[in-house]
Design a protein around this ligand. Structure first.
Ligand SMILES: [Zn+2]
Ligand SMILES: [Zn+2]
Length: 341
């Protein structure tokens, strides 16, 4: 089959002919890929950010935002059948460790992360386990929904936590309106009564924010003054930072009100903050790691009911390098999706 593989860190991946994955465990499922989302994490994987955190032998196939059709099932698989349309939770989990028993799939201590530390879905076929699969109704084409597997579930988890805080009269700011941010804005609108402020440095992102329901849309430079005026100098109650790179943490901390909560979703920057100020301002900082299986189920129920929509741009597998380059250079509105021929 065709697959896009990383051979060496910091070098562009290449389209290779590789053997189709086979069933290795009784609970394994082979998924024929209908779409694989192109994610900022893929850029970080190519750059070697996970080289020590989650070691993997090169070459390996990228792609952790996968959806498609069940092609083959192991002899212990009972939850899906050949031909079923499915979206794939990004982690393959064991089901019996403390993290799994806790319901937090991302905490699984013996997991495999396709596209990060094992072969992913930038390919025609993917091996996963039945535990990772959520059924898709017929009307949701895999290529149209694949990015929900990571971009969507991650935005959903952060907004689900924020929704427990946000009451009428409160304000939530979203930093970064790309693949995750444009889903996050819709979820905030759908599940909370907060006023939504969207912050993006690019006009493309600000346009998208307006289209998906942000009430106030502003550039990072103008954000502090606009938010001060909007909130009577108080600041916003919640910031969800979908970028987490460069100086977004300092912007987030600047625009938060006393007692506010900073949800970090995007990553890479270092958070530097005076602990005296942290205490005096009583700021809460919350990390967000993708989402559990239940988060993906909840999100897909909203998607089925047309309460959240994804903007995608499709590429063929042999355009993977172009898609990654377009993402890196801010040329994609919403999410890029690779679709095998
Ligand atoms: Zn992703
Ligand atoms: Zn586990």
């Amino acid at each position: 089959m065709k697959a896009v593989r990383v051979h060496e860190y910091k070098k562009p991946p290449s389209l290779d002919d590789v053997p189709q994955p086979d069933l290795q465990d009784h609970h394994d499922v082979i998924v024929r890929i209908g779409g694989a989302g192109v994610c900022r994490t893929d850029l970080h994987v190519v750059d070697g950010w996970f080289e020590n955190l989650m070691p993997v032998a090169a070459p390996f196939i990228l792609g952790h935002e996968n959806a498609g059709w069940v092609e083959a099932v192991g002899d212990a698989v009972t939850s899906v059948r050949v031909g079923d349309q499915v979206i794939v939770h990004p982690l393959s989990t064991c089901g019996v460790c403390s993290g799994c028993r806790h319901g937090e799939d991302m905490y699984c201590s013996t997991s495999a992360f396709p596209g990060v530390n094992t072969d992913g879905g930038y390919a025609e076929y993917l091996r996963t386990s039945q535990r990772s699969l959520v059924h898709l109704p017929e009307q949701l084409a895999p290529a149209a929904v694949a990015p929900y597997a990571d971009a969507g579930i991650t935005a959903y988890r952060a907004v689900r936590k924020a929704a427990a805080i946000l009451r009428p009269g409160m304000t939530a700011a979203v930093i970064g309106v790309g693949g995750l941010g444009h889903i996050g804005i819709q979820l905030l609108g759908e599940t909370t009564p907060a006023q939504i402020v969207a912050i993006d440095k690019a006009e493309r992102g600000r346009d998208l924010a307006r289209r998906v329901g942000a009430e106030v849309v502003v550039s990072p430079e103008d954000a502090p003054a606009t938010i001060a005026e909007l909130t009577g100098e108080l600041g916003v109650d919640v910031v969800i930072d979908f970028v987490g790179e460069h100086d977004t943490p300092s912007l987030a901390l600047e625009i938060l009100r006393q007692g506010g909560t900073y949800f970090i979703v995007g990553y890479g920057a270092t958070l530097n903050y005076d602990t005296t100020l942290l205490v005096l301002r009583e700021i809460t900082v919350v990390g967000n790691l993708v989402g559990n299986f239940d988060d993906l189920v909840g999100l897909m129920r909203l998607v089925e009911r047309d309460r959240v929509r994804l903007e995608t741009r499709t590429y063929t597998l042999d355009q993977a390098v172009q898609a990654l380059d377009d993402l890196d250079n801010g040329r994609i509105t919403g999410r890029g999706v690779l679709v095998p021929a």
